[in-house]
Design a protein around this ligand. Sequence first.
Ligand SMILES: [Zn+2]
Ligand SMILES: [Zn+2]
Ligand SMILES: [Zn+2]
Length: 380
Amino acid sequence: MKQSHKKKKILLSILALFLLYIIWLSFNLLTFKTYSSPALKSSPLEIEGVYHIHSTYSDGRKSLDEIAKLASQAYLDFIILTDHGRPNHESYSSQGWKEGVLALAGSELSVSRGHLVALDFELPSGYFSQNAEDAFYEIRAGGGFTIISHPYSKTQWSWGKFIEYDGIEIINGDTALKKNIVASIPSLPALLIKPEYTFLRMLDSPHRNLRKWDELSSLHPTYGYFSLDAHLLYRPGFNLLHLHLLLQTPLSEDFDTAKDQVYEALRKGRFYNSIHAAAHAYGFRFSAKEKGGKTAPMGSTVMSDSPVTLNIEAPFPFAKDIHLVHNGKRISSSNEERVSYDAAHPGTYRVEVYLSERSPLAKKIPWIVSNPIFLREDEK
Ligand SMILES: [Zn+2]
Ligand SMILES: [Zn+2]
Ligand SMILES: [Zn+2]
């Protein structure tokens, strides 16, 4: 008799806990709302896409055609495939307009120091070297450029003296998914209803990557990338991490011209990164006013012997916290839609924007990360 009473009590407690959990999850899902920007798609000079995708050409679950269809449904302008290979010849040869989406293909090379993404290279007849530095020079000789993948996760990058790589990944979606799946068990049922919510709960603070990026940028212009590293779950993934490119002319319908436009923006750092599932970031700008009144966009190196005005535009009608970062240190913060700052010291300037109201992101995760403006002293 006593035994069954005890059992009943345990069952009731479990039921109560389960109910509390359902209430907690429902509350979180109901209050989770994506902000949208009023400037949504108003400029043909800003295009949006996703970088670092694996397809069935390597270890991804879907074919390029299926991936392009999902990208088109997510209103992406471009996608950048990075199938494994040194390089991946098949993936490279399949580039083109697919379902109205510009589908570009670089390759993710497994080299001596870790994983290195190569973009816009000339297809070699054979394979790139396994040695990281040799591969870098071969890619560069073929007109391409390189990005260090997930430097602190998965394969990790072993750092050497050579630091001339063009870019570094700041956030890697696949890392977050693999690393935090256990900690995210309470949010997992939400995958079925609002997968973006679960994904956002899984993201890690990117501060270690940001610190390394700042260190590299102080020695050599390096650009930062939000990388999805998708192998599966493409549909929710395409809403997660976006690159926003600033073009000089609207994206061409001609494939080769459009490809050059996208790669030119990446090579020059004329782009910013956003966590799209938290809020739509369209319309953000970071620029410098040069001596003769000329405007230099993010990614530029500005030579000057007098202070330069840095301008930030964040036309978002919700609360945000804008940090201006100089050589890795925050030097100003604001919640205005327009910010001007007179930069008197040379160095690397970049912007991080945090959501400060009903944010679905953890406190330390920036919603927007711009590319830097490098201020250099004019030699007289
Ligand atoms: Zn892979
Ligand atoms: Zn990798
Ligand atoms: Zn990858």
